[in-house]
Ligand binder design. Structure first.
Ligand SMILES: [Zn+2]
Length: 145
């Protein structure tokens, strides 16, 4: 597994050729790079990142890479996952008749915004913005500054 870049405000991880077990590595990497984000906020970020990357493994021919960016004030984390499939993720409400397909529903509930960027050649980036404002009275990064 390649080491993430050392840029202090944004981090990226190359996921080409990986398989779903890399999710454990991705979660470890995200916890390390987001050291200033508290456990509650980090929990949401890890859930959203896991769903976006899982979607890329299941429907996007495997992820190409994942990037994260953190701004402390307002405290927000941007997660971006690239894959090689032009189809957009589908937002479907959970249903007892259907097992999968809940990924983007979880992303939609936890992220304050998300979207898809199409790239020439059929690849895309699915991004989500996860904030801790409104969850707690004090944003987590402010308590650590
Ligand atoms: Zn936060």
């Amino acid at each position: 597994m390649p080491e993430p870049s050392e840029d202090p405000t944004s981090w990226s991880m190359d996921l080409r050729g990986t398989s779903a077990p890399a999710l454990v590595e991705i979660r470890r990497w995200a916890s390390r790079t987001l050291a200033r984000v508290d456990d509650a906020h980090l929990g949401d970020v890890l859930l959203v990142a896991t769903e976006l990357v899982t979607n890329a493994y299941d429907h996007g021919n495997g992820p190409l890479g994942v990037r994260m960016r953190h701004t402390p004030s307002p405290c927000r984390v941007w997660i971006e996952v690239d894959d090689n499939c032009p189809d957009h993720p589908v937002l479907a409400p959970p249903s007892p008749e259907r097992l999968g397909g809940r990924g983007m529903y979880i992303v939609d509930k936890l992220a304050c915004a998300w979207g898809v960027l199409d790239h020439p050649g059929g690849s895309k980036t699915v991004w989500a913005e996860v904030s801790c404002d409104g969850v707690d009275a004090v944003p987590c990064a402010a308590t650590l500054a």
